[in-house]
Design a protein around this ligand. Structure first.
Ligand SMILES: Cc1cc2nc3c(=O)[nH]c(=O)nc-3n(C[C@H](O)[C@H](O)[C@H](O)COP(=O)(O)OP(=O)(O)OC[C@H]3O[C@@H](n4cnc5c(N)ncnc54)[C@H](O)[C@@H]3O)c2cc1C
Length: 469
């Protein structure tokens, strides 16, 4: 029996091979990265996941785990001939116990938050992709988001998990005792492993009491320097949940996209601060800026103000396929990094005669910049070449490294950033990572080409990472 026949014989699993049906699983969210051809397996139970992984291991075929496919570094884009293992069918949510709940890997973050909210709780992870991004994907990427400063990233939310190892065996650490210092932290190792060490089937997710009433402040600072200078004051305010930023130009783009005029000037750098029931914060920040540069929204109309930040990615997507980068720098270097990124992009664009528009925003508290580069009106109609995109990326990432920053703040490495991993972490740490990979996945069949270069000795039909472009 061939592999697709073996997969079809597995109970609680459907299999797609038709090119049209598979199309949505082999291209990434941005449309920039495309892989395959691939078979898609869609198991509905952990047992079926194990059977799929076992069958692929027996056939020597690579497996690429995939959740909501919202990742932005091509980590779930399959190399040619791989099996995409879609976890979306594992969508059961258990009962709350000891302040946590076991959720299937395919539960979306929005569904988990609705489940929590119905019980007066929050999952504490807020991503603009939450309607599609899954619990398993969030665990595999150690996702961050708007409320990291209050609740931590996915790593802090995860109390345990169950996973299928590359040979089909099951590792069950769903409900470890609250205190457990026995041996290496296998759960912690899988969080952020981007589907390269094991397939996560269930996650024990911590829930916290939900904020009572959310208040949002938007502050239109004339410059990024002034925005950064205000961070210590804002961080000191009680009940702070999120501290985000957007270039004024990015806010203006969202305003135009939504046909909703911005309520404040868009000449500089906006800061969005969200609080848990703290309307008095508005009084404290009054000294930072004149009244006509501050807007306040309570629980009823907070989304009307937040949308100028939360819908930026949507506004960018409506304008074209961007080159997307997610970087971070120490807060002290934030304004310089923003300036250096804009300058580096302009230099590369000018040298190629292609106008590029940087759309910049991110998570201010963590010194995070989301850099979205859109072709301007004078760009060639067919967009830009992959070679040009790589030059833009290199120009931005060199600036970030020079300022002591990170080439990936929260999206991970995937295939898109893997060439930069060694620059960031050094050869010794990358060699150690490879030994970790070999210990979990000695045959190298789990998501080959994500995070680490595929090993030459294991290549059969070329570089799977290159196939995914
Ligand atoms: C509009 C938008 C906003 C975003 N905002 C944020 C943000 O604020 N913060 C942030 O951190 N990210 C953000 N992201 C990126 C993305 O949503 C997150 O990385 C998310 O965690 C990915 O989840 P997913 O289910 O879509 O995973 P996928 O994209 O399907 O996969 C991502 C990686 O995880 C692996 N993987 C997925 N599921 C499993 C599993 N069950 N077991 C093992 N490996 C698995 C894949 O192989 C791949 O390497 C955003 C993306 C978009 C499109």
């Amino acid at each position: 029996m061939d592999l697709s026949g073996a997969l079809r014989a597995i109970a609680d699993c459907s299999v797609l091979t038709d090119a049209d049906a598979v199309a949505g699983y082999v291209a990434d969210w941005t449309g920039r990265w495309r892989g395959g051809p691939a078979i898609v397996a869609r198991p509905r139970t952990a047992e079926a996941v194990s059977a799929v992984v076992w069958a692929c291991a027996a056939a020597g075929v690579p497996v690429v785990p995939q959740g909501g496919n919202t990742g932005l570094v091509a980590g779930a884009v399959p190399p040619a001939g791989a099996v995409v293992l879609s976890l979306r069918g594992l969508d059961a949510i258990g009962e709350v116990s000891d302040g946590a709940v076991v959720a299937g890997a395919g539960v979306t973050l929005a569904a988990l938050e609705s489940f929590a909210a119905a019980r007066g709780l929050t999952c504490g992870l807020s991503l603009a992709s939450g309607e599609s991004a899954t619990v398993g994907g969030a665990a595999a990427t150690n996702a961050g988001g708007a409320e990291v400063l209050r609740y931590g990233s996915a790593r802090a939310r995860i109390a345990g998990l169950r996973a299928v190892l590359p040979d089909g065996a099951v590792l069950d650490r769903r409900r470890p005792p609250v205190k457990d210092n026995t041996g290496y932290d296998l759960v912690g190792q899988l969080v952020g492993s981007e589907g390269t060490l094991a397939v996560i089937t269930d996650v024990t997710w911590r829930l916290d009491p939900a904020p009572r009433a959310r208040t949002v402040l938007a502050l239109a600072f004339p410059s990024p320097e002034e925005a950064v200078a205000a961070v210590p004051v804002l961080r000191g305010l009680p009940g702070l949940l999120a501290l985000e930023w957007s270039d004024g130009a990015a806010v203006a783009r969202v305003a135009a996209h939504l046909d909703a005029p911005a309520p404040l000037p868009t000449d500089g750098c906006w800061v969005f601060a969200e609080f848990d029931g703290a309307p008095e914060a508005a009084g404290v920040v009054a000294g930072l800026l004149p009244d006509d540069r501050i807007a306040v929204a309570g629980p009823e109309d907070r989304t009307r103000l937040w949308r100028y930040r939360s819908r930026t990615t949507e506004a960018v997507g409506a304008a074209g396929v961007p080159v997307k980068l997610d970087v971070g720098v120490p807060l002290a270097a934030f304004a310089a990094a923003r300036e250096a990124v804009v300058r580096a992009v302009r230099e590369v664009a000018d040298s190629a005669g292609i106008a590029m528009e940087p759309v910049l925003f991110g998570h201010l508290a963590e010194g995070n910049l989301h850099v979205n580069l859109l072709p301007g009106p004078s760009a060639p109609e067919r967009g830009f070449s992959e070679e040009f995109a790589e030059r833009l990326e290199a120009a931005v990432l060199e600036q970030v490294l020079a300022l002591g920053g990170t080439v990936s703040a929260e999206h991970g490495v995937g295939r898109a950033k893997r060439a930069w991993l060694e620059r960031q972490r050094g050869p010794e740490q990358v060699a150690l990572m490879r030994r970790v990979k070999d210990a979990w996945d000695p045959a190298g069949l789990l998501n080959p080409g994500a995070v680490l270069e595929p090993e030459v000795r294991r290549r059969t039909s070329g570089d799977p990472g290159a196939d995914a472009r």
